[in-house]
Design a protein around this ligand. Structure first.
Ligand SMILES: [Zn+2]
Length: 332
């Protein structure tokens, strides 16, 4: 199969064509196009079934502590999920070699709502009121800005807004919204002026990154002393994951490659130099998926299902919620 990716002048700027000619090239680009039309069924049919049809995978060390010692927790659809023997971080190993290219071309960068509801705008304003307590330079950065909803609201409140974005579709969305300060880069390699931001937001991004550590080190360098980092990711030590096991909605080894919990995210942030780390979790989510976002599994009855709402409301007072939200300040 040959896959060519080329620009067109209007509409969807990147078009993917394919024809079955050469298996090697197909493997090279396999990971990049999983969310696109041609491999939706291909992925399900072939991954893990025929060795010579597998995409190219690479081994990695633990991103938190650098250790090469880990134990296998489980394998799901061809992806091995392991836990670091030395620090407890859970990650996918080996992982797709073409992962970054996948984020650039497809990924989830431009996913999200077409319009925000009034409740969503209220939530963003509430979040911005937290950032407001750190406002001195009046500059805010979002890494993985997606459709730019958060930055759009920040701009309406007078912030100078900046984005780091790698996904082509998302960059087009940001341009369309008139968001001009877009650093086109991976989250791990972006260049920004040192100590130039009051606040940085990273929402549901770090689980996708080859190296969350590199990204957070860059963020630390770009924040002014006393500036605020706000990061959200999935919680591997959540009740939702425990209940759903391997069918937990976020276990998608092609794209969710680092799976934090409250302990491991705190260790990583401390090791980089963040202080005053506040961790909270929220949400009890029983949804299950094979692959994000194509195929949702039917929710079979679970004894906890009738209590879902009650658990959802109370789990925010524990560390077992589905979503991890962390505030951390750049120390002196
Ligand atoms: Zn480790």
């Amino acid at each position: 199969m040959i896959i060519t990716i080329h620009r067109t002048n209007q509409g969807d700027p990147y078009e993917i064509k394919s024809e079955f000619v050469d298996k090697h090239i197909e493997l090279k680009y396999f990971g990049c196009i999983m969310n696109r039309k041609i491999t939706k069924t291909f992925l399900g049919d072939h991954l893990g079934k025929t060795d010579d049809m597998r995409p190219e995978l690479v081994e990695t060390r633990c991103d938190l502590c650098g250790s090469a010692n880990y134990k296998l927790l489980f394998e799901k659809e061809g992806f091995r999920h392991v836990r670091c023997h030395d620090c407890g971080l859970v990650f996918v190993n080996p992982r797709l070699k073409s992962h970054e290219e996948f984020q650039r071309i497809s990924g989830t960068g431009s996913m999200g709502e077409e319009q925000l509801s009034p409740a969503q705008i209220r939530r963003i304003c509430k979040e911005l009121s937290i950032f407001g307590n750190y406002r001195k330079l009046n500059r805010i950065l979002e890494i993985g800005a997606g459709k730019g909803w958060f930055l759009n609201v920040a701009r309406s409140l007078g912030w100078e807004i900046w984005a780091v974005e790698i996904n082509w579709d998302a960059i087009a969305e940001l341009n369309q919204k008139g968001i001009r300060n877009v650093i086109t880069s991976s989250a791990e390699d972006f260049d920004a002026d040192p100590e130039s931001f009051d606040a940085v937001r990273i929402w549901d991004v770090i689980e996708h990154l080859q190296s969350p550590r590199k990204c957070l080190e860059k963020v630390h360098g770009s924040l002014r002393p006393g500036g605020l980092l706000r990061v959200s990711t999935t919680n591997f030590r959540s009740l939702s994951r425990m209940v759903n096991g391997r069918d937990w909605v976020y276990l998608n080894g092609s794209d969710h490659i680092v799976l934090f919990d409250p302990t491991t995210i705190e260790k990583l942030l401390k090791s980089i130099g963040f202080r005053r780390i506040k961790i909270r979790t929220r949400s009890f989510n029983l949804r299950r998926k094979l692959y994000h976002p194509e195929k949702e599994l039917r929710l079979s009855f679970h004894p906890l299902a009738p209590f879902r709402k009650l658990i959802d409301e109370t789990i925010q007072f524990t560390r077992f919620g589905h979503q991890l939200i962390v505030d951390a300040v750049k120390g002196p």
